[in-house]
Design a protein around this ligand. Structure first.
Ligand SMILES: Nc1ncnc2c1ncn2[C@@H]1O[C@H](COP(=O)(O)OP(=O)(O)OP(=O)(O)O)[C@@H](O)[C@H]1O
Ligand SMILES: [Mg+2]
Length: 215
């Protein structure tokens, strides 16, 4: 049984990650690929409990290192209980955020020592890495405007990071672009400012080319 492919979608708040992951799943399934979608922080029962600690409440409630540790605790559960078993069974895993979000949010956003994050990553994740990471990129103002629309519609909360201010979100965006620049084999930056169909087309073309699958 061939190992499944591991694809992650990354980017700032409300750039369309969850929307696009659903569309990518549908397209791949249409081509006969077995796919599971999942998300971080969370993705496993214990990981989802940790998620609630991270995405709700006061913006200053955690030290950056605590946030990084909580993310990696959730990630360990996620890898062991969901991601690795699926990949080993030949299922493709599409993950809404993964380790690059920890580097972008805690490293670039909160200014945490990036070498500490890299060491934590080596310890917990080792050499497991996505086959492809799509960085959805758009100006911060447009993403946060979409966030406002979504909040008005579903009122789900989970807005702790959305409330962190413009400078924080700009550091995040630059962080993701910086991460992508260092490894053009694994990363592809996708212009997420177009309409949903245009962004989906760019993503599906990239996945088809990079993962050598027709759909
Ligand atoms: N290309 C697009 N153009 C306009 N609106 C969009 C586009 N993509 C998504 N949206 C809308 O923007 C909002 C945020 O999209 P979505 O939830 O997919 O983003 P996200 O990156 O998953 O956000 P979060 O970081 O909060 O999880 C939703 O209301 C969605 O319908
Ligand atoms: Mg989302």
């Amino acid at each position: 049984m061939a190992r499944g492919r591991f694809i992650t979608l990354e980017g700032g708040e409300d750039v369309g990650k969850s929307t696009q992951i659903r569309l990518l799943k549908d397209a791949l399934e249409g081509a006969g690929v077995t796919v599971v979608t999942t998300r971080e922080p969370g993705g496993s029962p214990g990981g989802e409990e940790i998620r609630t600690l991270l995405v709700n409440g006061d913006t200053h409630k955690w030290e950056p290192l605590t946030e990084a540790l909580l993310n990696y605790a959730a990630r360990h559960e996620h890898l062991e209980k969901v991601i690795l078993p699926a990949l080993n069974a030949g299922t493709w895993v599409l993950c809404d955020r993964f380790a690059d979000s920890t580097m972008a949010y805690q490293g670039y956003g909160h200014g945490m020592n990036r070498e500490v994050i890299r060491r934590l990553h080596r310890l917990i994740v080792g050499d497991i890495a996505p086959d492809l990471t799509l960085i959805l990129d758009m100006p911060v103002e447009s993403g946060l405007a979409r966030a406002g629309v979504r909040e008005a519609h579903d009122g789900q909360g989970e807005d702790r990071y959305e409330r962190m201010g413009h400078d924080f979100h700009n550091r995040l965006r630059q962080g993701f672009l910086d991460i992508a620049k260092k490894d053009t084999v694994r990363y592809e930056v996708i212009d997420a400012s177009g309409d949903i169909g245009a962004v989906a087309m760019a993503i599906h073309e990239t996945v088809a080319t990079r993962m050598k699958v027709a759909f």
